[in-house]
Design a protein around this ligand. Structure first.
Ligand code: FAD
Length: 637
């Protein structure tokens, strides 16, 4: 496998401009002759589909929800970053670039991150033009707030519903193209395989989730914007439907998987309340602008928070990280919460919680101001916990939230399979080992509105694509393999539900490949996961049939893929004998408990190549070079 990132040479500020100039263009009159498949209608997929169609390409867009508007992106709460410097507080493209590379603990590709920071400013203009109702200052200018890992205010927001408002903008642009006939939309349709012909991505095979019909779709290029795979842990803040099937099947067709073990655990989620639970709820990081995180100084202190005097509280983030305080990055804030709970100072049932307290902010700004900023989040918290966060501090605890890993892509967002492009959370992304808050929306929209529309044109104009349609034998083979797998699920008639197996897999992953990782733990996981997977295939019970809406069948396919991906994640975590960002190997820490990187041996992207059923995957390395930022021990003190 060739792993060539194809990073253009030259000064980092100029390479994207120069690269665009060097690209081949497709004649406007010819664009309608090309079909592009986009799987996914979240911020990445919807923005890409709308833009490609606007340019003149024929687009087929797929999603498994009943409407593109219900993609998981609507869940995003807090905001989207951009280097507009509206606050005049010292922000710039270079600073956003620097913060992102540092925030990712120096495990991201410089050139991609710089481009991301550059186009961030266009995203805001684009969205405002679409009518996205960003919060505004009294005088009408767009407002900003702060997010973790940055000392400037560069986060644009729409109350606590930024993802929903941004998606409405992208969705309207997409609907316009659907109305014009330029985009053919396939809701409730799941991609189950990628079809590669003569080494090039030429289509996909799908299943209609309502009728069960298996269908083939040929195209000149395929784009995956299928989101992240945090649900491999069973419990996460992701939508229940988020899954890895599209990228996993593409991996098995030759697309390298980048840094699979890089997962983000978010520090501010509502603590798990019991074993019955199937989902965790995020409390946006934006709350840390005004909320102060603390636990009692004394172990086992069960007094109500209001009864614990100021002097007996430990505002541990402010104490440990005085420069960034409550806005320390997610990986650091999560580990700090775990540490105080492990120390016996956690609050709430089971002692797995810390306080996020707004009393100071309410005293300073008034309840109305807090309500205006975070009203919907407070309401959500109250509905779930039955506690009023205006009167009593919220209880929060870290939970799985985002996956920095994903399919490896080059500078043009193309995977190792020519013609297969990957955007948004589905690619291994620009966030290195830890994503900064409000940067996922920025990346998804940068990819979809401003990067892919150029690079895909260059691919189409440069590639010599033979005529292919869905009657090609490769499509028949893929369809037959899907039918055989479906039959196997339905005929197993075992005793345990898919969810039961998924929950068991999640427990292994959380224990051994979660917030902290060790060689012994990962080795144990690598024994337990294959054993549980074998049991899954022997004993899973999938009721119903394959010619109707059958959610157990949908889940069975996704969980089967999670089993295989989980193993790759543990393998990747095992080989990376350093700590960086969200990947914390207990064996590799500084005397004060911070992550210790090993740049001499691990300054690379691990890109895994599938070798076939039952064979160990091969790891390739893309060395990371830092010419524009100084490699340093990350410090937020
Ligand atoms: C609770 C929460 C809050 C967040 N808040 C923020 C925030 O404030 N700021 C920020 O920057 N980030 C935030 N994030 C992260 C951010 O929301 C996501 O990273 C981002 O929205 C992902 O967008 P996407 O387009 O890549 O994927 P998604 O929005 O997940 O969309 C995936 C699409 O792919 C489709 N799909 C998937 N698999 C298949 C398949 N096999 N066949 C057909 N279709 C398929 C789905 O139907 C869907 O349309 C948050 C995440 C969570 C969980």
């Amino acid at each position: 496998m060739e792993l060539n990132a194809r990073i253009p040479t030259g000064p980092i500020e100029k390479i994207w401009d120069e690269h665009r100039f060097q690209m081949k263009l497709v004649n406007p009159a010819n664009k309608r002759r090309y079909t592009v498949i986009v799987v996914g209608s979240g911020l990445a997929g919807a923005s890409a589909s709308a833009t490609l169609a606007e340019l003149g390409y024929r687009v087929k867009c797929f999603c498994f929800q009943d409407s593109p508007r219900r993609a998981h992106s609507i869940a995003a709460q807090g905001g989207i970053n951009a280097a507009k410097n509206y606050q005049n507080d010292g922000d710039s493209v270079r600073r956003l670039f620097y913060d992102t590379v540092k925030g990712g603990d120096f495990r991201a590709r410089e050139a991609n991150v710089y481009r991301l920071a550059q186009v961030s400013v266009n995203i805001i203009d684009q969205c405002v033009a679409q009518g996205v109702p960003f919060a505004r200052e009294y005088g009408g200018l767009l407002a900003n707030r702060s997010f973790g890992g940055a000392q400037v205010s560069r986060t644009f927001y729409a109350r606590g519903q930024t993802g929903q408002q941004l998606l409405l903008g992208a969705y309207q642009a997409l609907e316009r193209q659907i109305g014009l006939g330029a985009v053919q939309m396939y809701p409730r349709t799941e991609m189950l395989d990628l079809v590669v012909i003569d080494g090039v991505a030429r289509g996909i095979v799908t299943r209609d989730l309502v009728t069960g019909k298996i269908e083939s779709h040929a195209a000149d290029a395929v784009v995956l914007g299928t989101g992240g795979y945090g649900n491999v842990f069973y419990l996460s803040t992701n939508a229940k439907g988020s899954n890895a099937t599209a990228i996993w099947r593409a991996y098995k067709r030759g697309a390298a998987f980048g840094n699979p073990c890089f997962t983000q655990i978010h520090p501010t989620c509502i603590p798990q309340s019991g074993d019955h639970q199937s989902k965790l709820t995020l409390m946006s990081e934006s709350l840390r602008n005004d909320g102060r995180v603390w636990v009692p100084k004394t172990k086992g202190d069960t007094r109500a928070p209001a009864e614990i005097p100021e002097g007996e509280r430990d505002y541990y983030l402010e104490r440990k990280y005085p420069s960034y305080g409550n806005l320390s990055p997610r990986d650091i804030a999560s580990r700090a919460a775990k540490e105080v709970c492990d120390d016996g100072r956690g609050v709430g049932p089971g002692g797995r919680g810390v306080y996020l307290d707004f009393a100071d902010a309410i005293r300073r700004l008034g309840r109305a101001a807090i309500e205006e900023r975070y009203g919907n989040l407070f309401e959500m918290y109250e509905r779930i916990t039955g506690e009023d966060p205006y009167a009593r501090p919220m209880r929060i605890y870290p939970a799985v939230h985002y996956t920095m890993g994903g399919l490896w892509v080059d500078y043009d967002l193309m995977s190792t399979v020519p013609g297969l492009h990957v955007i948004g959370e589905a690619n291994f992304s620009d966030h290195g080992a830890n994503r900064l808050g409000a940067s996922a929306l920025m990346q998804g929209l940068a990819d979809g509105y401003f990067i892919l529309p150029y690079t895909i044109g260059n691919y189409i104009a440069s590639a010599k694509l033979a005529k292919v349609d869905a009657s090609h034998a490769a499509f028949r083979d893929a369809e037959a393999a899907i039918a055989a797998r479906t039959k196997r699920f339905l005929e197993t008639k075992g005793t345990r539900t898919v969810d039961d197996f998924h929950r068991a897999l999640g427990k292994i992953m959380w224990e051994f490949c979660g917030m902290t990782r060790t060689e012994a733990g990962l080795t144990t996981a690598l024994e337990r996961i294959p054993a549980l997977r074998a049991e899954f295939w022997r004993d899973v019970n999938v009721p119903g049939s394959d010619v109707e809406l059958n959610q157990a069948l949908e889940k069975a396919g996704r969980v089967a893929d999670f089993f295989e991906l989980a193993e790759l994640m543990c393998r990747d975590a095992l080989q990376r004998k350093e700590s960086c960002g969200g990947h914390f190997r207990l064996e590799s820490q500084t005397p004060d408990g911070e992550a210790r990187r090993d740049d001499a041996h691990f300054a690379y992207v691990a890109a895994w190549e599938y070798q076939g059923e039952g064979k160990a995957p091969v790891m390739h390395r893309e060395p990371l070079e830092f010419e524009n930022v100084h490699l340093a021990q990350r410090s937020y003190k």
